[in-house]
Design a protein around this ligand. Structure first.
Ligand code: MG
Length: 303
């Protein structure tokens, strides 16, 4: 197995993780979480989401969070925006990177993003253009790249189309999301191979959920296929919103452990991430989902 010599990890816990928490975490705790993560060597910590607070009440304090963190030089703190109003709020709070989101599944797009694929891409056209004019970095997300709870199988050609259009809108990077975690290793590799005919592979990221226990295997498969950016969440924070109680995001520690053991450079300190996850677990009152964090915390606690 050939892995890239260097992998960039995009930490999504403070946004994708906390957004799926049943209870709202205090603003000060979110800020401390982000600052602690940024001190572990992570280059990207997705901070929050400037979306309608009635839709995502857990992140209604987006502006306070973004203005409250202590930025570390060299670390980027992207925020999600859903439209021009969200971009305005993000700009006011000093955002330097944003992320926009589309889906490869038409029914998911209609039901969960409130409009079809083409309409949601069209809505982001001016958002991305304005963001680029302000010198912001722009990431695009594509959800449901391996399957959809409404549609079932999602044709890889649909993933290629949406990914290509996000790049055409001006996104610098596109992250491929297996939002319900149903994909498997060779399916992921085939998808990336197909995408590589149309887009630059070094501008792709993967966001592969662990719902069916495939998150790590699928992410390693993507890295073997030439992707070198992966999204993970400290502690595995963030359940799958479509399966109550099921795990969602791949834990940052679990990927770090695999990469470190394989000699892949990430620049991130594994033990520091585990310490942050342990701290956050205490704030939330339950242990991390991460297998590595559980193993290490149990081992060290038993000493
Ligand atoms: Mg996720």
């Amino acid at each position: 197995m050939e892995l890239p010599p260097r992998v960039r990890i995009v930490e999504v816990g403070p946004r994708d993780g906390l957004q799926n928490e049943p209870d709202t975490v205090p603003t000060a705790t979110k800020i401390a979480f982000i600052d602690r993560l940024a001190a572990t060597g992570l280059e990207v910590v997705e901070a929050t989401s400037f979306v309608r607070p009635d839709l995502v009440p857990q992140l209604a304090d987006a502006a306070e969070v973004l203005t409250g963190i202590t930025p570390v030089r060299g670390v980027r703190y992207p925020v999600l925006v859903a439209n021009d109003r969200g971009l305005d709020a993000a700009l006011s709070a000093g955002a330097q990177d944003i992320a926009v989101f589309a889906s490869a599944s038409e029914p998911f797009s209609e039901r969960n993003l409130g409009r079809g694929i083409d309409a949601s891409l069209e809505r982001f056209r001016t958002v991305v253009r304005r963001a680029k004019r302000h010198g912001l970095g722009v990431r695009g997300y594509v959800s449901m790249v391996c399957g959809c709870p409404y549609q079932g199988e999602v044709p890889p050609a649909d993933v290629v189309r949406v990914t290509t259009e996000l790049f055409e809108l001006g996104c610098d990077e596109v992250s491929l999301g297996d939002t319900i975690g149903v994909g498997t290793a060779l399916q992921i590799q085939d998808l990336i191979e197909l995408l590589s005919h149309t887009v630059l592979i070094d501008r792709l990221a993967v966001h592969l959920h662990d719902t069916y226990g495939q998150g790590l295997a699928n992410t390693l498969a993507a890295l073997e296929a030439g992707v070198s950016t992966a999204d993970t969440s400290a502690g595995g924070l963030g359940g799958c919103p479509f399966a109550a109680g099921a795990t969602g995001n791949l834990a940052t520690e679990d990927l770090l452990y695999a990469l470190e053991g394989s000699g892949v450079h990430t620049g991130v300190d594994l033990s520091e991430v585990i310490a942050v996850s342990g701290w956050m677990a205490d704030q939330l009152g339950r242990p991390p989902v991460s297998r590595v964090a559980r193993a290490v915390l149990a081992r060290d606690g038993a000493r």
